[in-house]
Design a protein around this ligand. Structure first.
Ligand SMILES: Nc1ncnc2c1ncn2[C@@H]1O[C@H](COP(=O)(O)OP(=O)(O)OP(=O)(O)O)[C@@H](O)[C@H]1O
Ligand SMILES: [Mg+2]
Length: 490
């Protein structure tokens, strides 16, 4: 099966081929022909399995070879980084046709974005806050939208975003085609989503007997001790075959702190969180994509959708909020058929939360192994050479390294030149060559990393991000500082 046979025009097929994308992934095989009939869709497939082109290709195809100018398709996403990335993916697919794609997100001056809208961009990819803002100011007209997509739909329809998303639905015509995509789709959200859709078809590419987690991500859960965590992380970062690594923290402050600590230990880390200026955020992402930095210490802002080649390891420095957050976070590795490793630290006080995640995912590990930086199983599980310490010896540090030389790991205000809005996508490489354990593109290769006891579980719990977008206070988020950071949703 190829994209042409799914009804996609040759110029798009050619554009994808330049990135080595030739055979459709399962969600694309199912979603594309169906979406091309005009059907409303709820598309559910695991992280890193190609949902973006699953909605993006039919959307571009349906607009036609040379669409009239003006916004016709709207893709709504939860974070600025994802808006930039999805827009880049769609620009790639549309690179051989006049269709224009604009990324509309907060933290940036209006002028450039308004100029793209005025130039006649037909596809708008954006975050809710800025989309509403421009619509209210009559700078963006959503009255001719024919296709609307909510990417990370369960998050977009969760309490934090719902009021904004409802407004966006209200700005668009009733007759539009509406597509919702996510790796996680709790039943309650599916039920609620039907209100915004016209007899949607729910596509799920997961086999019913397949686990809820991804088999191609080897997953470890350790009960770790706060004061020892940096040392453990430092050792994991020297594991055999360790490529790019995403480390998730609970708070923005913690992301800065851990990033600074790792830089101090000789690692090439940078931070990403909602207290950084948009320019610093984009600079961090660009550096991480290009490989200039190989460790991204991030809050929940990087948990969903972000696709960076060659992320071999994800470390949950603090436990995710719930099982959905767990799946999205660890899903930053093991993408497009590749293998990955995820390590989750569970603090003593988070054991109950882990129990909940473990049950929901039928993970089969109710009691995380107590783990110290010196534990033998840490070294054997993760392939760390005996005797490795959590600091890079001064003699082995990269040239030019000095303590605290990572200005992006800090706070807002560390602004250097703007790295540009492309978000460093040129550093992405879809050819798939060279990655440790790369599988064939159809995802049919061996799955050597079978985790124990993985089973699907339809558990539903309210989603909670790390508070980088507006959410009503709930008991589970009571300890968070929630100052208005101009975060992800604006
Ligand atoms: N048919 C294909 N062949 C090869 N690579 C592909 C194909 N489709 C998508 N990819 C690549 O797979 C990677 C993951 O795709 P994508 O970001 O769309 O996943 P996703 O399902 O949206 O994941 P998430 O749930 O994390 O958002 C991207 O690098 C993308 O370019
Ligand atoms: Mg995605």
């Amino acid at each position: 099966m190829n994209f042409k046979e799914l009804g996609i025009d040759q110029d798009i097929v050619d554009a994808l081929e330049t990135k080595g994308i030739t055979s459709p992934f399962p969600i694309q095989e199912q979603a594309i022909p169906l979406a091309l009939t005009g059907q409303d869709i709820i598309g559910q497939a695991k992280t890193g399995t190609g949902k973006t082109f699953g909605f993006g290709l039919p959307l571009l195809q349906s607009l036609g070879l040379n669409p009239e100018k003006g916004a016709k398709a709207l893709v709504v996403v939860p974070t600025r980084e994802l808006a930039i990335q999805v827009a880049e993916d769609l620009k790639l697919a549309a690179s051989n046709r006049p269709t224009m794609v604009a990324a509309i997100y907060g933290g940036k001056a209006y002028e450039e974005q308004v100029a793209e809208i005025n130039a006649g961009a037909q596809v708008i990819v954006g975050t809710p806050g800025r989309l509403i803002d421009l619509s209210k100011q009559k700078l963006l007209d959503l009255g001719n939208i024919r296709f609307m997509v909510l990417d990370e739909a369960d998050e977009m329809l969760d309490l934090g975003f719902l009021p904004d998303v409802e407004k966006l639905f209200a700005y668009t015509p009733d007759g539009r085609q509406t597509m919702l995509f996510s790796a996680t789709m709790p039943g309650s959200i599916v039920t609620m989503a039907r209100k915004y859709q016209n007899r949607p078809v729910h596509i799920r590419t997961n086999d019913p007997d397949e686990g809820h987690t991804k088999a191609d991500i080897k997953q470890f859960v350790y009960r770790a001790h706060a004061l020892d965590k940096d040392e453990v992380v430092g050792r994991i970062l020297q594991a055999e075959g360790r490529g790019k690594t995403v480390i998730f923290t609970k708070t923005k402050r913690q992301a800065s702190k851990v990033s600074e600590e790792l830089v101090d230990r000789g690692f090439n880390a940078t931070a990403l969180h909602g207290d950084m200026t948009q320019e610093a955020r984009e600079r961090s992402m660009t550096a991480f994509r290009s490989g200039k930095k190989d460790i991204l210490v991030a809050t929940e802002v990087a948990a969903r959708g972000i696709d960076v080649d060659d992320v071999t390891h994800v470390i949950n420095y603090t436990i995710p909020e719930d099982e959905k957050a767990y799946l999205h976070r660890v899903g930053r590795t093991g993408r497009a058929g590749r293998l990955g490793i995820a390590v989750t630290f569970v603090d003593w006080e988070d054991l109950t939360r882990w129990t909940h995640i473990n049950t929901a995912l039928e993970f089969g590990q109710p009691d995380p192994t107590e783990t110290y930086s010196s534990s033998a199983h840490l070294f054997s599980d993760l392939n760390i050479a005996a005797g490795t310490k959590g600091r890079i010896a001064k003699s082995k540090r990269p040239e030019g390294w000095k303590p605290g030389n990572d200005r992006d790991s800090g706070h807002a205000g560390n602004d250097r030149a703007n790295s540009g809005r492309a978000g460093g996508q040129s550093g992405r490489n879809h050819s798939g060559g060279g990655n440790r354990g790369a599988r064939d593109r159809n995802g049919k290769g061996a799955q050597p990393h079978k985790s124990s006891g993985q089973k699907a579980a339809g558990h539903e719990a309210p989603a909670h991000g790390d508070g980088e977008h507006k959410r009503p206070a709930t008991p589970r988020t009571r300890n968070r500082t929630r100052k208005n950071s101009g975060g992800t949703a604006s």
